[in-house]
Design a protein around this ligand. Sequence first.
Ligand SMILES: [Zn+2]
Length: 137
Amino acid sequence: MGIYRDDAPPPLFVPDLTPPAGAAVDADGHVTCLACGVKLPLSKADVVGLGYRCLACTEKAELAALTAGASDVAVNLSAGDRKALRRAGWKLIAPGVLAIVAGIAVAAFASARPAGYLIFGGIGSCMLGFWRMRAAR
Ligand SMILES: [Zn+2]
């Protein structure tokens, strides 16, 4: 129902709630680690976005994140989700670059204060876009 009685109702979005292939549980309650492939009881497995992971692999991933800044996004987001995250980053970088160019043009032909706002906003938009793209790696 919309705000007014004559408004069309908003489309119903039903997300795909089917579990990923890595989230399969055997009949005896065992799951497979996504990283190393070892079978372990479900009660001892860590849940990640695409299935399950053993404690040793989770510790390795956390250590790699702390020491080298490595990301374990591959076990948490599907390839399509990571692609959408990169696309979302570009959607912030493109207007950011346009705002920086517009800010430089305004600085050349008009006052400095609006130019500063445009350049500052453009840099912020580019940084946000780069962070989103970096999160997909
Ligand atoms: Zn493992």
